[in-house]
Ligand binder design. Structure first.
Ligand SMILES: Cc1ncc(COP(=O)(O)O)c(C=O)c1O
Length: 423
């Protein structure tokens, strides 16, 4: 993109910010009048993290599970916050254009993605390596189909985000799982068990980094050891890095698996999206980065004719998020740290539950085995809807999503503590 176009985009962007204030639903505007906003508004002041937004009646998967009940939905991984104002503004402008024909990935989006990966992770990616996808789960399934052949093994560690466990079977591959192990208060890879589990049919390792549900941000050293095992056995790595913008622990840095060294890069399919970080999963825009030409072509072949294009508004939102969303993201991270800390101390203060520090994501992984009963129905009865650990390959655990206004989180935690007190 030329310098002139960037400048033009900047002017549009400033106009967008004032425009978006008009579009915001009056219910979510807070107490200031629009006029005051127009005079003194800063981008910062529209981040109303404490504001409870009513998502009922919006066909929200997360909220509709408990439709017409008082249960607070703390399960599915989306946040109860508005997307960055810059994203809303860009969407409004695109909608106002009014024509929604078939759309390809804008050059300016590709440019922003490459800049972001370089700036944030010192990872130099070429535009040709990107394959656009309408979802990360799609990417996981295509990866399973594109490596090896039917009957081959796909390995992952458990617990893990449930589609990691279903994708191999959907592709006629056999699932090989290796449990993570607890080292003090950190979940870590069991490298000996991983080595032992590899067979001559293991072709693919699917990695979740940062990890959902364990909240780990893996160190360079951990990733190096893991990828050495994979390379030694000629195993391709599919690295789902959807949570890479949500590193909460100041001492951690996300390291893209493919950035470790060129050999690893040539064996890695990286899956990325702005959806988790900027809270736009419903807009379904994601991408795979596949540096190796042959691997990329086999991925594209497995997707051909089946995987649809990314939708027009998804591209628009993704570009605005990556290009302008950094101040919003930083503010979000601060807010999530507060929620994470309260969740940790409340859960650790109970007799029957325990949890581990969340380095990244907005998800807390809670060991409820000491309850001696199925935890999800117990907490639903208490008015809190959690994700069931057995879906992640770990019975007796639950996952709590703290990506919500503090008021909702505190109410959910209070309900959980009260219910435990009755035992
Ligand atoms: C690790 C991981 N991958 C993929 C997804 C879903 O991605 P998508 O909605 O793009 O299919 C999630 C959602 O929670 C996730 O946590």
């Amino acid at each position: 993109m030329s310098g002139k176009r960037v400048c033009g985009r900047g002017l549009l962007y400033r106009r967008d910010i004032s425009e978006v204030l008009f579009y915001l639903d009056p219910r979510f505007r807070g107490d200031d009048s629009i006029e005051n906003k127009r005079k003194g508004m800063t981008v910062q002041s529209v981040y109303k993290w404490n504001k409870v937004i009513d998502r009922r009646g919006t066909a929200s998967v997360k909220w509709d599970r408990y439709r017409n009940t008082p249960v607070l939905p703390m399960w599915l991984a989306d946040m109860d916050f508005m997307a960055p104002p810059e994203v809303l503004a860009a969407l409004h402008r695109r909608v106002d254009h009014g024509v929604f024909g078939y759309t390809g990935p804008p050059d300016s989006l590709v440019e922003t993605v490459l800049e972001n990966l370089d700036r944030n992770f010192s990872w130099k990616v070429e535009g040709d390596w990107i394959v656009w996808l309408p979802g990360l789960v799609t990417g996981l399934n295509v990866a399973c189909r594109s490596v090896g052949r039917e009957g081959d093994g796909v390995m992952t560690t458990v617990p893990v985000y449930p589609p990691f466990l279903s994708a191999p079977g959907f592709s006629g591959r056999s699932l090989q799982t290796v449990p993570m192990k607890l080292d003090g208060s950190r979940w870590v890879f069991d490298f000996d068990a991983l080595k032992d589990a590899v067979t001559d049919r293991t072709r693919l390792f699917i990695l979740c980094s940062p990890h959902n549900p364990l909240g780990r941000v893996f160190s360079r050293q951990e990733l190096e050891t893991l990828t050495e095992i994979c390379l030694a056995h000629d195993i391709v790595i599919c690295s789902d890095e959807i949570h890479c913008g949500l590193v909460l622990d100041e001492s951690c840095r996300h390291v893209p698996t493919a950035s470790l060294n060129p050999e690893v890069a040539s064996r890695t399919i990286t899956l990325l999206a702005p959806s988790k970080t900027y809270n736009i999963p419903g807009l379904a825009c994601s991408f795979a980065v596949i540096p190796h030409g042959e691997l990329r072509r086999s991925f594209q072949k497995a997707a051909a004719g089946i995987v649809p294009h990314v939708n027009t508004l998804g591209y628009t939102a993704a570009e605005a998020a990556y290009r302008y969303g950094e101040p919003w993201r930083r503010s979000l991270i601060d807010y999530l740290r507060g929620n994470r800390d309260r969740t940790f101390s409340v859960i650790q203060g109970t007799r029957n539950l325990s949890t581990t520090p969340v380095e990244g994501t907005y998800l807390a992984w809670i060991d409820a085995r000491a309850l001696g009963m199925e935890p999800v129905p117990f907490f639903e009865k208490a008015g809190v809807g959690l994700s069931d650990g057995s879906d992640f390959g770990a019975e007796g655990f639950v996952r709590l999503n703290f990506g919500c206004p503090g008021k909702i989180l505190d109410e959910a935690l209070n309900r959980m503590v009260k219910a435990l007190d009755t035992l």
